[in-house]
Design a protein around this ligand. Structure first.
Ligand code: F1P
Length: 349
């Protein structure tokens, strides 16, 4: 079998997986609305590794859309340092795990329930796993199941699940309905990203990657940076856009690529960071949507994604682009993206 076959299929099949997921989510609408953010002191998202990064992005989206306090911590922190995580009052905990059997996530949920800290919702991909029966509501998204160790399709599918929670809780039904446009938009993005991914992935003069994303996009930048590490064993780090000037820019050189996941709202400020990095001699990849303000200087690479969807919804479309860049880089280094070095599909303690 060719190297990376599973990962490649999993990346390309995301639009179909999202369509399948929306069919699972629609009938759960009332069950989801049974939990209302106002009933809780905080909404807490958790996971490990990729699903912790997912939690970061889901918490940002939830707070932005609902105005309720929403935070994210790794499951190990809930388990080992609960006093950091739980204020007085009731927490709505949303635990996310592809496998549904990662030890820290199970420990975190068990201690949460034992200590009667609030209500638990779980999101996972395998119905027969322990997490899938621990919550007051268990959302199972089988179209995210994967053969590969590094999460791609599972990540975006579970993230879509959290987008459904946030849009429904916000009361903005048009945003929940707009999720239906994502499979088609995702297919177009995958097509348009292939050229850029090949060019960047095969460029052996690059030795370091920096992924910049702010707001909802920070967790996504973290995840894409992790993909680059796991699949291609390359030096890769994520930062909030404006943080990059405060130290990390020391690492900019002509072998460095700075990939910006720009927003529309703050696109100009974010574009200015990218321009500074061009001036310092770095290579810049400007990822944005068609109506994001463009920076006057020409980045090394630019990819403009479909823009018709609301800003909060379309961020998910950055994922297939970055996943594909990491995949191409792994192949060009002779690595098998399906089997990252030292990694297991599930961490069991
Ligand atoms: C979480 C996770 C994966 C990672 C690795 C170890 O798993 O950190 O993100 O790729 O294989 O486990 P899960 O709880 O989401 O199944």
């Amino acid at each position: 079998m060719e190297q990376g076959t599973f990962t490649f299929q999993e990346i390309l099949s995301q639009p179909q997986a999202w369509a399948g997921t929306l069919e699972v989510l629609k009938p759960l609408r009332q069950d989801i609305l049974h939990f209302q953010p106002e009933g809780y002191t905080q909404i807490l998202f958790t996971g490990c590794g990729s699903t912790y990064y997912l939690a970061l992005s889901a918490a940002a989206l939830t707070q932005e859309l609902t105005g309720a306090l929403a935070r994210a911590f790794p499951a190990s922190e809930l388990w080992l340092n609960p006093e950091l995580v739980y204020p007085r009052g009731k927490t709505l905990l949303i635990a996310v795990s592809r496998s549904g059997e990662t030890s820290e996530t199970l420990h975190a949920c068990r201690s949460f329930l034992e200590q009667q800290r609030g209500d638990l919702i779980t999101l996972s991909c395998y119905p027969e796993m322990p997490l899938a029966e621990m919550g007051a509501l268990n959302i199972i998204l089988p179209s995210g199941q994967e053969q590969s160790v590094a999460q791609t399709r599972a990540f975006s599918t579970l993230y879509l699940g959290t987008m459904a929670l946030a849009t429904l809780w916000s009361g903005h039904n048009h945003l929940f309905e707009a999720l239906n446009n994502l499979p088609e938009a995702g297919a177009r993005v995958l097509e348009s990203a292939a050229g850029l991914a090949g060019q960047l992935g095969q460029d052996t003069t690059i030795d370091r990657f920096y992924w910049l994303g702010s707001g909802i996009r920070y967790g996504l930048a973290c995840e894409l940076s992790l993909k680059m590490k796991e699949m291609s064993l390359s030096h890769s780090e994520p930062f909030h856009f404006l943080e990059f000037r405060h130290g990390p820019k020391s690492m900019v050189a002509d072998s460095a690529v700075i990939i910006g996941l720009r927003s529309s709202r703050n696109g100009q400020m974010e574009g200015a960071v990218l321009e500074d990095m061009l001036d310092l001699g770095g290579r810049v990849v400007d990822l944005s949507f068609a109506n994001a303000p463009l920076s006057p200087k020409t980045p090394t690479h630019r990819l403009t994604l479909p823009s018709l969807l609301a800003e909060e919804i379309r961020n998910i479309l950055y994922l297939p682009v970055g996943q594909r860049i990491a995949f191409e880089r792994a192949l060009s280094k002779g690595l098998n993206p399906d089997r990252p070095t030292h990694l297991d599909t599930v961490v069991k303690l």
